[in-house]
Write a protein that binds this ligand. Structure first.
Ligand code: GDP
Ligand code: MG
Length: 439
C-alpha cells in the first residue's frame, strides 16, 4: 500500500547521520513512484514532490529532529497541505429552516448511502433531518433510501411519480409542515456524466437553493476522478466532497488529488456500510494515516462516538499517565462497541501494516474474553499498578481465571509494551518529533 511504500522509503533514510543530495533524490523518486502507483494525479505528484524536495534541500531543518525525521516531517506537512490543511465544516445558514443539503455524483458513487449516513450524523447532533428521494430513474432507488431511512428513524419523502425537481420542492414543503430542520436531497447519477443529469442537478439546485451541495466521489475512481470532479465543478458547482468507500482497498490517490485539482475541500469520508461510518474529514489525521503514523485521535473520536464521555477522559488520561489494567479492561469492553479489534489496530501507529502481515483473520475477538477473565481475577491494587504482580500473584490470577501462567505473563508483557508505546506517543506529542518509528 501507499503507507507501506512510504514507510519503506523512510526506513532507508533512518540511521543515516547526514543526508546527501543523492539520498534525498532517491527518497523523492521513491515517493513519486509510490504516489503514482496509488493513482494520484500525475500533475499533483509532480508539484508535491518538487515542493518536498525544495524544502529538504533548503536550510529549513529543525535541530531537534534527526535528518530523516526532518524529511518525514516535511512530507507530513506537505501531505496535510495537499489534503486541505484545515478541517472544513458543513456550513448551514443559521436563520433558515429547513436547511437544504444536496448530494450529487455519478451512479454508484455512494450518494444514497451517504445521504442516509449524513442524516444519521445530523440526527446525533440534535437535528431532525428529512431525506428526499429524487432519483426517479432506478425504481429501487427510492426503496433503498426508504429502507435506510427506516432503519435510522429518519423520514423519507418520496413524492412517487413526480419530477425530481418537484420532489425536491415537495420535500422542503414537507419539512416545513412536519417541523424537520434539514432536508437532504439524494439525486440520480449516471454512469457517465451526461447533459440530462447535469441539467437536472442544475434545476434542482435552482429550485431549492441548497445551503451546501456536496459531491460524492468514490475513492476507488483512480485517475479519472479529476475529470469527473472538474466537470461537476463547472456545471453544478459544489461546496465540498464526500469521499466514499475509503474503507475499500482503494489506493487512496483520489483523496490526494481532489483538493489540488478543484480547490474544493473534502468534508466527510465514508468508510463502510454501517450508518455511523461517515466521519468528518481531518487532513492532518489522514496525512498521518497515510504515513503509517496511526491515528490516536481517531481512537479518541471513536470512543466519543460510542457516546461515553468517561471513555474520552480515560483515553486522554491514558495518554497522559500511562495505562492501567482497568483501562485495558475498559478498552476491551468498548472495543466491541467501537467496531472490533481489527478496526482499533488499524488506527494504531503502523497498525494497517501489522494487520496486513498477520493476515485478516488472525485477529478476532475471542482473545478479548480470555484477557477479560484474567484482568477480572486481579485485585484492584494489581489492576492499578500491574508492576506489583509477582510470581505468586501470577499463579493466583491464572488459577482464578482458568488460564495458564504463560497467558498471564503474555498479558503483562503486552501491557508493558502498550504502556511503552503510550509513553513514546506522549513524548512525541510534547516534543513535536514526527518520526513514525519513534512511536
Ligand atoms: P449511488 O448510486 O450514488 O446512490 O450509490 P449507493 O449509495 O447506492 O452505493 C453504491 C454501492 O456502494 C452500494 O452497494 C453501497 O453499499 C456501497 N457503498 C457506498 N458507500 C460505501 C462505503 O463508504 N464503503 C463501502 N464499502 N461501500 C459503500
Ligand atoms: Mg442512489
Amino acid at each position: 500500500s501507499l503507507s507501506d511504500r512510504l514507510q519503506d522509503t523512510f526506513d532507508k533514510l533512518r540511521g543515516k547521520g547526514r543526508l546527501t543530495e543523492d539520498d534525498i533524490n532517491v527518497a523523492m523518486r521513491e515517493i513519486r513512484l509510490a504516489l503514482l502507483e496509488a493513482d494520484v494525479n500525475f500533475k499533483v505528484v509532480k508539484r508535491f514532490v518538487a515542493a518536498c524536495k525544495e524544502r529538504c534541500m533548503t536550510s529549513e531543518v529543525l535541530d531537534s529532529l534527526t535528518p530523516s525525521q526532518n524529511v518525514v516531517k516535511i512530507v507530513l506537512d506537505e501531505l496535510t497541505e495537499l489534503l486541505g490543511s484545515t478541517e472544513s465544516k458543513l456550513v448551514l445558514a443559521q436563520n433558515r429552516i429547513p436547511n437544504v443539503i444536496m448530494l450529487v455524483g455519478l451512479q454508484g458513487s455512494g450518494k444514497t448511502t451517504a445521504a442516509a449516513k449524513l442524516a444519521h450524523l445530523l440526527k446525533r447532533q440534535g437535528k431532525s433531518p428529512l431525506l428526499a428521494a429524487c432519483d426517479v430513474y432506478r425504481p429501487a432507488a427510492a426503496d433503498q433510501l426508504a429502507t435506510l431511512g427506516g432503519e435510522l428513524g429518519v423520514p423519507v419523502y418520496r413524492g412517487d411519480g413526480a419530477h425530481p425537481v418537484d420532489i425536491a420542492r415537495g420535500a422542503v414543503q414537507e419539512a416545513v409542515d412536519t417541523l424537520r430542520d434539514v432536508v437532504i436531497v439524494d439525486t440520480a447519477g449516471r454512469l457517465q456524466i451526461d447533459e440530462a443529469m447535469m441539467q437536472e442537478a442544475v434545476d434542482i439546485k435552482a429550485a431549492v437553493r441548497p445551503d451546501q451541495v456536496l459531491m460524492v466521489v468514490d475513492a476507488m475512481t483512480g485517475q479519472d476522478i479529476v475529470n469527473v470532479v472538474s466537470e461537476f465543478a463547472e456545471r453544478t458547482d459544489f461546496d465540498g466532497v464526500i469521499m466514499s468507500k475509503l474503507d475499500g482497498d482503494a489506493r487512496g490517490g483520489g483523496a490526494l488529488s481532489v483538493r489540488q485539482v478543484t480547490g474544493k475541500p473534502i468534508k466527510f469520508v465514508s468508510m463502510g456500510e454501517k450508518p455511523d461510518s461517515l466521519e468528518v474529514f481531518h487532513p492532518d489525521r489522514m496525512a498521518k494515516r497515510i504515513l503509517g503514523m496511526g491515528d490516536l485521535y481517531g481512537i479518541i473520536d471513536a470512543a466519543q462516538q460510542a457516546a461515553d464521555e468517561e471513555q474520552v477522559a480515560r483515553a486522554e488520561k491514558m495518554l497522559r499517565e500511562g495505562l492501567t489494567m482497568d483501562d485495558m479492561l475498559h478498552q476491551l469492553q468498548s472495543i466491541r462497541k467501537m467496531g472490533g479489534v481489527q478496526k482499533i489496530i488499524s488506527m494504531l501507529p503502523g497498525g494497517e501494516r501489522m494487520l496486513g502481515q498477520m493476515g485478516g483473520d488472525a485477529v478476532d475477538d475471542s482473545s478479548l474474553t480470555r484477557i477479560e477473565a484474567m484482568i477480572r481475577s486481579m485485585t484492584p491494587e494489581e489492576r492499578a499498578c500491574p508492576k506489583i504482580i509477582n510470581g505468586m500473584r501470577r499463579s493466583r490470577i491464572a488459577k482464578g481465571s482458568g488460564r495458564t501462567v504463560q497467558e498471564v505473563n503474555a498479558l503483562l508483557k503486552q501491557w508493558g509494551e502498550m504502556n511503552r508505546m503510550m509513553g513514546r506517543i506522549r513524548a512525541m506529542a510534547s516534543s513535536g518529533d514526527m518520526s513514525p518509528k519513534a512511536m
